[in-house]
Design a protein around this ligand. Structure first.
Ligand SMILES: [Zn+2]
Ligand SMILES: [Zn+2]
Length: 219
């Protein structure tokens, strides 16, 4: 998240935490009740982490989470264990890893995508091509404002998906229309077609010659 005045950045939770923006060092806040300490065993509040980054990447396959970034954190204070990690009181963000742009290309910056909350604009990873000439927040600026390094997450496992190789000349020739692509016609059928085409070309040539004549002032 980027503050409305552009002077600060923060992070925003994905579920209950969507109403909160927190900094690189933060205490968990319970949005259900202020009468217990966070995390409480009979509430679901607190920051959540996975012990294993691949569990976080697996969660990000769900469309509810696929626009989120991966935070490497140091958990401290009170905590409760759950099946895959910890629910805890205090965290320090150590690094931010961003995924791909919506278009699938490697991200290069952070873009204001709308859907912010009062005082904060929501940012999402964006690639150079999609960013075009629009104003975006560089990863370096986000890093400087948050005090936390930002880098592109390439995962640790297999990466079987890759861009297609560019078309070579032979493939391109196959795609271009050429004479054999036109169905063979009998001479009787072909004569009116060719005559019509010549007439069109002649009219186009006349028009071009008229325009050229006007420009060069010669008939
Ligand atoms: Zn709570
Ligand atoms: Zn893109």
């Amino acid at each position: 998240m980027l503050s409305a005045d552009g002077g600060a950045v923060g992070f925003n939770g994905v579920a209950l935490g969507r109403s909160q923006v927190y900094g690189a060092v933060a205490e968990a806040v319970c949005v259900q009740s202020t009468r217990h300490r966070c995390p409480s065993t009979w509430c679901d509040c607190g920051f959540y982490c996975f012990h294993d980054a691949d569990q976080a990447r697996a969660l990000a396959c769900d469309e509810q989470y696929d626009r989120s970034v991966l935070l490497e954190i140091l958990a401290s204070g009170r905590y409760v264990s759950y099946e895959l990690g910890l629910r805890y009181q205090r965290q320090t963000v150590r690094s931010v890893r961003i995924g791909r742009c919506r278009c699938g290309r490697t991200s290069a910056a952070l873009d204001d995508v709308g859907g912010g909350i009062v005082g904060w604009r929501r940012l999402e990873p964006v690639c150079r091509e999609c960013a075009g000439r629009r104003a975006v927040l560089s990863l370096e600026t986000f890093g400087a404002l948050s005090g936390v390094p930002v880098r592109v997450d390439h995962g640790t496992g297999h990466a079987p998906m890759a861009p297609l190789a560019p078309l070579d000349e032979a493939d391109r020739a196959d795609l271009e229309p050429h004479e054999s692509a036109v169905p063979d016609l009998s001479p009787d059928a072909e004569i009116p077609l060719l005559t019509a085409e010549v007439t069109l070309l002649q009219a186009r040539l006349d028009e071009l010659q008229r325009r050229l004549g006007r420009l060069t002032d010669r008939p």
